[in-house]
Design a protein around this ligand. Structure first.
Ligand code: HAM
Length: 439
């Protein structure tokens, strides 16, 4: 095999792939701006310590980490959340609340590469800091919906499954489990959809086999798919705390319904999220047909900023990945086709005419038009062919006869009509021919 290959799980973006990725980033950025979020960025290489015990065992095992030449233990970022907590933590006192931030960037996880899972992928992250109430969840879930609907995807294409680690902890405590057991059990619940009963094996090894009755009650909670069912299963444990939490649930679902987004969201307690830092509402977005991995995931993480050594600041957010989003757009025929046609192609007679053409080409480009020309002398007829094949709208013809008369010929390549314009009128004539503004 000749040459080198890229590493497994890393992508190359040829122009067509790149334009698809740009389309995805553009829709995400437009959505975030419409929702009043501000963009930030941060380093891709971070101290290893930032992720140890903060992100959870699964991500820790997937880190691209090494010791740098200065002896520092470092890791390529597997996610944005710990980093953005540091950024916000550093400036918390000076930032106006609520803090609504977003970013688009590349992340790295040493996963087994498979459909929808790579080792380098892009995420759009959006987070709100400084708002403890469920109003922040409404805003973020609505933004997540817009980030997918912005491509033309509908409620028949994707679904947001909303769950609550707070209520899970409340319920498991009521069943008699302590905090360590509850955390371990949530790990098992996170794997249950994929593994079935085997998911409980790790829990049993560490904490003993779950009593049949407890397991049955855990599975009953996991299968809940509506707010009335959630209220019903929790009725025996009535308390002020529970009542307040259920009021939060009604607020989130009510807020989203008022925005007309109810059909995009379903209550689903099977979602608990693998990352260790989530404390309250958690949610994931899935393709409705269900053959892709998660499109997005997020939730509330009220303790993380404090655990990193900064102020106590409530936080909630999510990330969407570009890999599954790209696959879904392709499946639904919503990936854009690659358009890279010049507005204008300059057809140049020969070396003598080149200087005159260059002056106009440069002026047109400065005005924002996309202009191309043959780098080397090419036969006249061939240049028209190149212009047509490139999809150019106009040809500007710089022949010896035209220049001798002080004019340039403009040919509309769609209907082949031609007219001559004085040399100093070229930019104006192009603007007229192309309909006023630069696209
Ligand atoms: P996450 O669920 O680990 O959450 O990742 C979010 C999304 O990133 C996934 O749903 C998936 O689309 C994409 N993704 C993750 N790993 C890969 C991979 N190996 N290949 C391709 N795509 C991948 C987080 O990262 C949280 N930090 C999100 C968050 C932000 N929570 C609060 N704020």
């Amino acid at each position: 095999m000749a040459g080198f290959q890229s590493l497994p799980g890393f992508r190359e973006f040829f122009p067509e792939d790149f334009s698809r990725r740009q389309h995805i980033f553009r829709v995400w950025r437009q959505s975030a701006r419409a929702y009043g979020f501000q963009e930030y960025d941060a380093p891709v290489l971070e101290p290893l310590e930032l992720y140890k015990a903060k992100s959870g065992d699964e991500i820790e095992a997937q880190l691209f980490s090494f010791t740098d030449k200065g002896g520092r233990e470092v890791a390529l970022r597997p996610e944005m959340t710990p980093t953005v907590c540091r950024l916000v933590g550093e400036k918390a006192g000076a930032l106006k609340r609520p803090i609504k931030w977003f970013s688009v960037g590349e992340f790295y996880r040493y996963e087994r590469a498979q459909k929808g899972r790579l080792r380098a992928f892009n995420q759009f992250n959006a987070d709100i800091f400084g708002e403890a109430g469920p109003e922040a969840e409404i805003e973020l879930i609505a933004l997540l919906i817009q980030c997918l609907a912005g491509f033309g995807l509908t409620k028949d294409d994707f679904l947001i499954r909303l769950s609550d680690r707070d209520l899970w902890f409340f319920y498991l405590e009521a069943l008699g489990l302590d905090d360590t057991q509850s955390r371990a059990l949530l790990g098992a619940i996170d794997r249950y959809e994929k593994m079935g009963d085997d998911a409980f094996k790790g829990y049993a090894e560490a904490h003993g086999v779950l009593a049949e009755e407890t397991k049955a009650r855990v599975l009953a909670f996991l299968k809940i798919k509506s707010l009335p069912d959630l209220e019903a299963i929790l009725r025996p444990f009535e308390s002020e705390k529970l009542a307040a939490r259920l009021a939060d649930w009604r607020k989130v679902l009510g807020g989203l319904a008022a925005m007309g987004l109810q059909d995009f969201v379903s209550v689903d307690l099977a979602v608990v999220r693998g990352l260790a830092y989530y404390t309250g509402f958690v949610f994931e977005a899935f393709d409705r047909k269900g053959d892709l991995r998660a499109l997005a995931g997020g939730g509330r993480y009220n303790d993380l900023i404090r655990k990193l050594g900064y102020a106590d600041l409530p936080a909630v957010g999510f990330a969407i990945g570009d890999v599954t989003t790209g696959l879904l757009l392709e499946q639904r025929g919503l990936a854009p086709t690659f358009v890279n046609a010049p507005d204008v192609y300059a057809v140049i007679g020969g070396e003598a005419e080149r200087a005159a053409a260059f002056a106009d080409i440069c002026a047109l480009r400065a005005a924002g038009w996309r202009v191309d020309y043959p780098l080397k002398d090419v036969a006249f007829g061939k240049q028209f062919k190149i212009a047509a094949e490139a999809g150019a709208k106009l040809a500007l013809i710089y022949g010896g006869d035209e220049l001798a008369k002080g004019v340039v010929k403009i040919r509309d390549l769609s209907d082949r009509s031609e007219r001559e314009v004085p040399r100093d009128q070229v930019v104006v004539a192009v603007r007229e021919a192309l309909g006023g503004g630069v696209e």
